[in-house]
Structure formats: C-alpha cells, structure tokens
Design a protein around this ligand. Structure first.
Ligand SMILES: Cc1ncc(COP(=O)(O)O)c(C=O)c1O
Length: 396
C-alpha cells in the first residue's frame, strides 16, 4: 500500500538529494520558503519603515496563530520569540520566588540550554532548583517527579519529550499535581510539536514553548510562547521590552504591560525568520497530526526492530505510546559511525550519551531507514569508521 504522506516529499527539495533523517534537529526546508523571504526583501526594499505598520508589527502574533492549531491553542494565545531559552527565561521572570514557595522543579534530562537559564537566572531571583534524576538516562519516573512537586513549588519547568531519548512525559498528570498544590507548569515542547499530538487544553499547561525549526520545518529563529488564559494577563514578565508596553509608540518612561499575548513579546522580533516560519507549519497541518503520529510510531518501531536484529543498543522507549519521533542508536564508535553516514549523505545527528539519533518524519520512505542502518553495519564491519576518528569537528 502506498503511503499518502509521501506525496509531501515534493515540497522539500533536500529530499531529492539526501536521506534526511534529522528533522529532530532541523526539519527540511519547504520549497515555498524562498518566495516568502523574497516577499520580506521586497517589502523592506519598496516600503522601508512603513513595512512595520503594513505587515511586520502583526507578524509575531500572525505566525504564532499558524502554529496554534497544532497545540490546540486559539488565535491570540501564542507569540513568536527568537529561541526557547529566551522564552523560558521570560516565563521564569514573571514569577517571584519567596520562601517557602521558591522552588522550581526540573529533571536531569531537560535540555541543557533551558537548565542553564534556570540555574543561573532563576537562582539569582531567589529560586531553588530541584532536579529530579533519571535512573537510566532514558526516562524520568513519573512518581518521583510528582513527589518532588509540593507546596514549596512555584513552577515546574520540564520537557514534554526528552531530547536524548524521545521519552514522552505525562504532561497532564504533572499539571494536575502542580495545580493541586498551587504551582504553575512551563512545558518545553520542542520535541513534541509537529511529531506527536499536543493539546494545551487537555493537559491544562500554563506555559508552553517550542519552535518551528525541528518537526515543523520552519527554520531557525521561529520559536514561540503560549500562555494560558489563567496566566496571560495576570502575570508580568520582568524580562520585557517596549513591544510589551500597552502604548509602545508613546515611549513612556514607565512600563504599563499590554493586555493580551504581546505582553510576552519583549523587544523587536526577528522578522526574516518569521517569513521563513510560515510554510512548514502549514504543510504539517495539511499532512495531519494523526497521520504523522501513526507513521512515526510505525517507523520508529521499525528502527528498533532493525537495531534489535543486530544487537545494537537503542536509547528509546520500547512502548510506542511513550516514544516521540527519534530513536538513538548507541552503536560502538557512534561518533565515527555518524560521520561515515554523513559522508554518504545520510543526514542524522550524534549526541553524547545518546549516540546516533535517527529521526524519520512524515516525508521519510521506509527504505531510507533500512539504508541508514545498513550504512551503520558497513561502517562497523568494514572498519571504515576508523577513518572518521574523533577530530572534535562540529557535527549536525
Ligand atoms: C528540548 C529542547 N529545548 C530547547 C532547545 C533549544 O533551545 P533554543 O531555542 O534556545 O536554542 C532544544 C534544541 O535542540 C531542545 O531540544
């Protein structure tokens, strides 16, 4: 039976030239992006500063509204920001951390960049960071996490899908526990959006951050922050800027926070990135999250099967309902093997403590999975991996 999702391959030029299995890092560029960027250039060239009034001012909200349906949010509930680290910093800056409620609960497997900003900025604001450990480097035990959330917790700031292992955390259970003790939840859903169904209403999450550059094929610079109705106009981020002011063009000396989502925007957005960000989420919406998720579960299961048949260790949950879109192969000499694959235009990435991350997406053909694992076999069996001995080079 033919896979209807493969019809979308024609939208992504890079798929004609490479085996592209790295949408967990940077999704393929849609064919329509150059035209979008040309619109940006033309507007700037022809209209100059008037572009702000005619289009750009609205863009951080408009582009976010294209992504909103993919997380079950309504128009006006999300805004675009340059990166997730900044978005999470904006969230943490909206709370106060006074004992006894001064704790932020995180996990050992959250993305380091986000951990850095909590460790370094939130602690300066008086927060105490509680890090829930992982026993196996793949999962974080739900009960242990729930136990760490109590009346001393101001915020739970966790990844919805863990970046190394693609383990899916139970966001609804985490929100339920946090809310029962008066804490808020900020989910970093970068590895969830566009590859698993996400629903902010179902989980009841207070804040959600993510970006279009991975599974949404929208390029770097297009990240977003969702704030629920419960917090959106009640809290005031102290990491702010003139675009968050209710009268930005009055240039008043004192801050008066805007109503609505622009209160979370801060300073000037990265306009070209917003043009590039539009096409990918639209294609993902056309492909449909249910179909994308079903295919992802099937293809990641196939990858695990291929690994098992060879005795390769994988860092990925065996239970498909707990597994996101990536399977990490902890093969021997994983770094060198990853470089061998890249030399064959099989595009994957390598992460320490995970190995070679293989990330099929809705446009991936089944035989591309076989080709990637066959190339790992070849690199190991022929000894070709030795030619790629660690050089410290930057990898994808
Ligand atoms: C879970 C997660 N959070 C955040 C980031 C990146 O954050 P930023 O947008 O600040 O670069 C990544 C990047 O891979 C990630 O995997």
């Amino acid at each position: 039976m033919t896979d209807p999702l493969l019809a979308f391959r024609q939208e992504f030029p890079i798929l004609e030239r490479s085996t592209y299995l790295v949408s967990n890092s940077l999704g393929a560029m849609p064919r329509g992006v150059p035209d979008r960027l040309a619109e940006y250039v033309d507007l700037w060239a022809e209209r100059g500063v008037r572009a702000w009034r005619e289009s750009w001012w609205e863009l951080p909200g408009k582009v976010a509204d294209e992504v909103a349906p993919l997380i079950g949010a309504a128009p006006g509930e999300m805004v675009m920001l340059p990166n997730v680290t900044l978005a999470q910093a904006t969230v943490l800056s909206s709370l106060t951390y006074e004992a006894p409620r001064n704790r932020i609960v995180m996990t050992e497997l959250d993305f380091p960049s986000v951990r850095y900003v909590y460790d370094h900025l939130a602690t300066r604001l008086g927060a105490e960071i509680v890090v829930v450990p992982s026993d196996d480097g793949v999962t974080v035990e739900l009960d242990r996490l729930l136990e760490a959330i109590d009346e001393r917790t101001a915020l739970v700031a966790i990844s919805q899908v863990l970046f190394r292992s693609a383990y899916i955390m139970d966001l609804a259970a985490i929100c339920a526990k946090a809310h029962s003790v008066g804490a808020l939840v900020s989910a970093d859903s970068f590895h969830a959006i566009g590859v698993i169904p996400v629903d902010v209403r179902e989980s009841g999450v207070d804040f959600m951050t993510g970006g279009v550059l991975k599974w949404l094929c929208g390029g770097p610079g297009g990240c977003f922050l969702y704030a629920s109705a419960a917090v959106r106009e009640r809290l005031e981020p102290s990491l702010t800027g003139w675009m968050s002011h209710t009268r930005p063009f009055a240039f008043e000396p004192d801050m008066e926070y805007a109503p609505g989502i622009y209160r979370w925007l801060g300073g000037t957005p990265v306009i070209p990135a917003l043009y590039a960000a539009i096409e990918g989420p639209r294609i993902v919406r056309r492909a449909g999250m249910e179909a994308i998720r079903a295919k992802s579960m099937r293809q990641t299961a196939r990858l695990i099967e291929l690994a098992d048949a060879r005795g390769y260790e994988v860092y990925a949950p065996r239970d498909a309902s707990k597994r996101g879109g990536t399977v990490a192969f902890a093969v021997p000499h994983a770094y060198e093997v990853s470089q061998f694959l890249l030399s064959r235009d099989i595009v994957i990435d390598y992460r320490p403590k995970a190995g070679i991350r293989v990330a099929p997406h809705f446009y991936t053909k089944d035989d591309e999975l076989e080709a990637a694992v066959a190339a790992m076999d070849e690199a190991l069996q022929s000894g070709a991996w030795e030619r790629f001995a660690a050089s410290g080079a930057v990898v994808t």
